[in-house]
Write a protein that binds this ligand. Structure first.
Ligand SMILES: *[C@@H]1O[C@H](CO)[C@@H](O)[C@H](O)[C@H]1NC(C)=O
Length: 263
């Protein structure tokens, strides 16, 4: 019967030669094997305890980061999708029944709020939401808050346009026609209509599912509104994008926000 002798993997240095398997008995190498296993287990334990300690210290140093992951654990994994942005006249158009319906249909039933039991919210380190009943709060999903804000700006804008036209001309038209440069005014309005639809698609694309809690009215009372302030989001680095774009800039006479409309 063949006897297989234990042969350790060669380690670096002299040790190999001294502890050659030829000079150790099977009993010795079994004992060494045992000792090595114990040492490995011990080292693994020390490593795990060390890593745990480091993570604990890090989470104590940056409590908000730790809290965000607790909070976002309530949100399911969301797949990435490629989506070509296209002008959609229904969304970009002026305020009418069809376009308002399209905008409204972006907000799901429940108005973009989710319901959480107070105990679950607490378990996930969420501050109080808007109280629904004694055991439940509702929380806003940021993407719907963003769409809501953009939709409100849109409604406000077209209401202002109507008021402007009512003051400055006879019958109300849907687009502002100034007294001097009607053509430019018309073009700017078309540009703005484009902006509403463009930003709509940007908000849907970013799909920010950050959970937003109720506004703290300042006197310790929990408000029945969500303003989104004080909530940490996960953001791409604005500075990196700014620096990259500025570094590789194309020369342009325009500056700032409003000059970008080429005339
Ligand atoms: C524009 O949006 C409406 C409403 O959601 C939709 O029915 C239509 O298919 C869209 N059109 C295009 C060109 O994407």
């Amino acid at each position: 019967m063949a006897v297989f002798q234990y042969k350790p993997l060669p380690t670096e240095g002299e040790d190999d030669k001294e502890k050659s398997p030829l000079t150790t008995t099977p009993a010795q190498s079994k004992a060494e094997h045992h000792e090595r296993t114990l040492k490995t287990i011990f080292a693994a334990c020390v490593f795990v305890i060390f890593c745990g300690g480091v993570l604990l210290i890090l989470s104590l140093m940056e409590p908000e980061k730790g809290l965000r992951s607790f909070r976002q654990a309530l949100i399911p994994e969301i797949a990435m999708e490629n989506f070509v942005w296209e002008n959609n006249k229904t969304f970009a158009g002026t305020v009418d029944e069809e376009s308002n319906h399209a905008w409204d249909s972006l907000i799901p039933p429940g108005h973009g709020f989710i319901l959480l039991s107070k105990s679950k919210a607490k378990k996930h380190h969420l501050p109080p939401g808007i109280s629904v009943d004694e055991n439940h709060d509702r929380y806003s999903i940021s993407m719907y808050h963003q769409i809501h804000c953009l939709g409100m700006i849109r409604l406000g804008y077209f209401a202002a346009v109507d008021r402007f036209n009512g003051l400055h001309s006879g019958p109300s038209t849907k687009r502002p026609v100034g007294n001097q440069d009607e053509h430019a005014a018309h073009r700017d309005t078309l540009h703005l209509e484009h902006c509403f639809d463009y930003l709509r698609q940007a908000i849907l694309c970013a799909g920010d599912t950050t959970i937003e809690w109720a506004r703290d009215s300042g006197d310790g009372e929990i408000d029945s509104q969500v303003d989104g302030w004080g909530v940490e989001h996960q953001c791409r680095s604005t500075k990196t994008i700014y620096d990259f774009t500025a570094k590789h800039r194309a020369e342009n006479d325009a500056e700032g926000i409003a000059n970008v409309i080429q005339r």
